[in-house]
Design a protein around this ligand. Structure first.
Ligand code: T5A
Length: 211
């Protein structure tokens, strides 16, 4: 009998190297013959990508924190209905660039919204669905911002001050401490080869566990 689909997410502060890591994880999974759906949040559907444009663009710079939170979950509801749940039900693996941990980190840690408020939406939108494995790429905020800054003009989140990202980072690390079976912290401050090797070790350990 074939294995059921699994849900893997990648998280980290700006410039942690998620895009690079995502490709590495995809290669590793596909290398073992798995059928992988690669997607991202906010986004992953036509409606979600439009919401992403509203969330990351500078057109609505002063949107209320609650609005931002609700738009994140609106995009997530669509993503779950259209992409994630159907793929998992069909036995495919879903590899997602950010998910609800990002909401706890950015809207919770960064913006200061109450954890309970986010948890209510999480239950409403996701039921019991949550990732089976999360790789958290951690590195000092200043290093990440420098890497991200070399790449493109800052989006609405990247325009925040360094202290915002310090809170985001600490929120992520708190999640990792409280959910250590699911969330694996990767030291992303090292060179690409070392980060890639650490990622491979975690993915291989996960494959061992679920097979
Ligand atoms: N958001 C998202 C919320 O607030 N709440 C939510 O619920 C969700 C889901 C968009 C934004 O939305 C927010 C968080 C975000 O601000 P995003 O598209 O994931 O999310 O935005 P970014 O964090 O900006 O993601 P990026 O893909 O742009 O950044 P990456 O993937 O972390 O960085 P990457 O891989 O492009 O690397 C950055 C640069 O560093 C180099 C790369 O070559 C690249 O140039 N690099 C390294 N250099 C040296 N050594 C290494 N080990 C390196 N690894 C990468």
């Amino acid at each position: 009998m074939s294995m059921p689909g699994r849900f893997i997410t990648l998280e980290g502060v700006e410039g942690a190297g998620k895009s690079t890591a995502l490709e590495r994880v995809r290669e590793l999974l596909e290398g073992t013959g798995l059928d992988v759906v690669v997607t991202r949040e906010p986004g992953g559907t036509a409606l979600g990508e439009d919401l992403r444009t509203l969330l990351l663009g500078h057109k609505h710079t002063g949107m209320a924190d609650d609005t931002e939170l609700l738009l994140m979950f609106a995009a997530r509801a669509e993503h779950l209905h259209q992409v994630i749940e159907p793929a998992l039900a069909a036995g495919r693996w879903v590899l997602c660039d950010r998910f609800t941990d990002a909401t706890y980190a950015y809207q919770g840690g960064g913006r200061g919204l109450a954890r309970e408020r986010i948890a209510q939406l999480e239950t409403w939108v996701q039921g019991t669905r949550c990732p089976d494995l999360t790789l958290l790429l951690d590195l000092p905020v200043a290093v990440g911002l420098e890497r991200a800054g070399k790449r493109s003009a800052p989006d609405r989140f990247e325009s925040e001050q360094q202290v915002f990202f310090e809170r985001v980072r600490q929120a992520y690390l708190t999640i990792a401490r409280n959910a250590s079976a699911r969330v694996k912290v990767i030291d992303a401050g090292r060179d690409l080869g070392e980060v890639g090797a650490a990622i491979a070790a975690e993915v291989e350990a996960f494959l061992e566990r679920v097979r």
